[in-house]
Ligand binder design. Structure first.
Ligand code: ISE
Length: 355
């Protein structure tokens, strides 16, 4: 079977990481084109990547030989999406560019793994869901990679088994070492907290109906006026609740934890209990520097399973609806961030939209 030929739009931190992943670690895939608003960055990446690609890909079956044709740099992302030699697209461009690029993927029938957020607001995300529905098959998978993390997957399995009874509460912690000054308070909701929004919907298997975002005393280590950390409470349709602390300038390292409280016990993941050392005058383990390190395995599994599903003409992960539902919660969250009040989530009726 021939490889899925992948094009990547946006090769900043995440897009470049995915490019390395497709080229070096993913079987059945070949990176053929990249595009970025910063052309020099795209060229530098294309030059840096090896010509021989893949783990068990056609290149390997052919004895590991190079295909001989390098990775093309395409100036206009819409040209990359339309290109005949691109079978599937990874969108790692900034969120504000997603809507137009997703519509182009749908128009050309291209399967797409779209980094979160799906789009910038609920209305445009719903238009994407409706447009995909018109195409008649699921082409969009959203990059909520935590669903592929072995720890999160084990937690989901445990909760779904019913061994602990019904799940009642989730307590989440989400800390980044630091973010650039351009990462505004709303982005903490839309780009960071959105992960817990998806985790809560996924673990409980139901929608979030209301969100309150509190703004505790801010850190003095970022520009005045930034709301960091934030504390949010999600209310779910059944009355279950989830809380999350998101603190993106924590200074120390990357830390993501989730504790589920159920009727007959609780379960916690993200304790980082890898190798524990006693050396010098320290004891303990290492903290990952950022999400690429902490969720490396999740990203690898996500992309491999997306490629395998693409080859079968399917998706295998969070859908456009999941991206839309998260966008609707974040929109309400951003409103709550400024009002300080609980805000109801306005979500379209799924059965009416998807039939
Ligand atoms: C980033 O975009 C991510 O997706 C990370 O998982 C998250 O921890 C970070 O806060 C976001 O900026």
């Amino acid at each position: 079977m021939s490889d899925v030929r992948v094009g990547i739009v946006g090769v900043g931190v995440m897009g470049a990481d995915h490019a390395e992943r497709v080229v070096r670690k993913t079987s059945g895939a070949r990176l053929v084109a990249v595009s970025d608003a910063d052309q020099a960055r795209a060229e530098e990446l294309a030059d840096r990547l090896p010509e021989t690609q893949g783990v068990g890909s056609a290149a390997r079956h052919a004895g590991g030989s190079s295909y001989g044709d390098g990775i093309r740099v395409v100036e206009d992302p819409l040209d990359l999406i339309a290109a005949d030699d691109v079978d599937a697209v990874i969108l790692a461009s900034p969120g504000f560019a997603h809507a137009e690029q997703l519509f182009a993927c749908l128009e050309h029938g291209k399967p797409v793994l779209c980094e979160k957020p799906l789009t910038m607001d609920a209305a445009s995300a719903l238009r994407v869901v409706e447009a995909e529905h018109k195409v008649g098959r699921q082409l969009i998978q959203v990059g909520f990679m935590r669903r592929f993390d072995p720890e999160y997957a084990a937690l989901k399995q445990l909760l779904d088994s019913g061994d602990l009874g019904r799940t009642l509460l989730l307590h989440n912690v989400h800390r980044n070492r630091s973010v650039p000054p351009s990462f505004r308070s709303e982005m903490i909701v839309r780009d960071s907290m959105v992960h817990e929004v998806d985790v809560a919907r996924w673990l409980f298997g139901e929608e979030i109906t209301r969100i309150t975002v509190y703004t505790p005393k801010p850190t003095s280590l970022v520009a005045a006026g930034a709301f960091d950390p934030q504390l949010a409470v999600f209310e779910l349709a059944s009355g279950a609740m989830a809380d999350v602390e998101v603190f993106v300038n924590f200074q120390v390292g990357y830390e993501v934890r989730c504790e589920a409280v159920a009727e007959r016990g609780s379960a916690t993941i993200g304790l980082g209990s890898g190798v524990f050392t006693r050396a010098g005058e320290h004891w303990g383990g290492a903290m990952p520097a950022d999400f690429r390190v902490r969720f490396e395995q999740a990203y690898d599994l996500e992309v491999q399973r997306w490629i395998d599903a693409t080859a079968r003409g399917e998706i295998d992960g969070p859908s456009a609806w999941d991206g839309y539902a998260a966008a609707a919660v974040c929109e309400a969250g951003i409103e709550s961030l400024s009002s300080g009040k609980p805000v109801d989530v306005a979500l379209a009726d799924r059965s009416k939209v998807l039939g």
